[in-house]
Design a protein around this ligand. Sequence first.
Ligand code: FEO
Length: 403
Amino acid sequence: MDNLLTVPINDHLYYIGVNDRQTELFEAMWPLPDGVAYNSYLMTGEKNILLDLVKINTVSVFVEKLQEVLGDKPLDYIVVHHAEPDHSSAILNILDIYPDVKIVCNKKTVDFLKNYYDIEDNLIIVKDGETLELGNRKLTFYMTPMVHWPESMVSYEEETKTLFSQDIFGGFGTLDGGIFDDELRFDEYYLDETRRYFINIVGKYAKQALRSLNKLATTLDIKTICPVHGPVWRKNPQKIIDLYVSLASQEVQDGVVIIYGSMYGNTEKMAEAVARGVVHGGIKDVRVRDVSKTPFSYLLADAWKYKGVILGSCSYDNDLFPPMKFITEEFKHQKMKNNIWGIFGSYSWSGGAMKNLKAFAEDCKYEVLETQPEIKGAANNEDMEELMKLGEEMAKAILASKE
Ligand code: FEO
């Protein structure tokens, strides 16, 4: 039977990751309603190798797990695939216990280790494609720059065909008993949280992610994937590879998200009319989101997922409603290419919303639907018809794009 604290992956590799159910916002921005796992792995043999660490707030249970496998044996190496503090901030605690441990990293990681932790000694620097012999174990390293940080890299153990993929193939959500893909219901829960993780964390580097994914998928025979978040893939690694390739390519679905900003409900009513128009036009998958209430993490995920994105904003101080202004800035960073956009605006005296929505769409060089209702005060019957028309036009454009 598996030990209660650590889980064997093969005869010389153990899962020693931890769950974090305390942190409410990942990177202080992205909601974690169901937490997140920081995965770490211990490879044993003539030398003992720790692959990735955890965030400092979970260090005590992490050390407990590490020592449960190691017993009184030494820790010889730490591999830092990625220096972001959710995988590195426990490092000083580990160095306190194992001061002679050597740190395997690449030349870009050196700066991070120095600047975050004042670590400069006992470093082994690896290059892209280099194979390192660590006792009777061998790891080959591949650089994956900007997925997720400049220093990010992965490693591969040829003997077991295991890929240690750091942030790549990760997702939000704690591992609740099930560690492996065949021990949990991925599609029912982890799929959405993996999608949101990718879009929130890696989305703006999708091009680099696709390059790295193609490189790994075409050059390596991968039987097991050990990422630093989310399940370990031993039964069907191709499933997470395919999902990530699809996300990195921003493969959109036939659906529409309507994001509105409304202070007193008038613009919300307009959004409802647009939604009705979308359904009337033949698209059933429609989400209407209040930009003031739904965290932008979910709005980005919806916009990445659906072909149609419609933004509707009231005016505020002759400008966009501030939460809408914020989300348009975030959309600019995401560099989405596969959407059809729609816009509508409302105002009470001198406007501001529509002018700025148009400027946003022009800046991003987005394809925007022709019907662009701009409504003064509450929508009258004629306005409601125009809003419905916008929705119908969106549905028609989505259906036409498939032909
Ligand atoms: Fe999970 Fe980029 O850190």
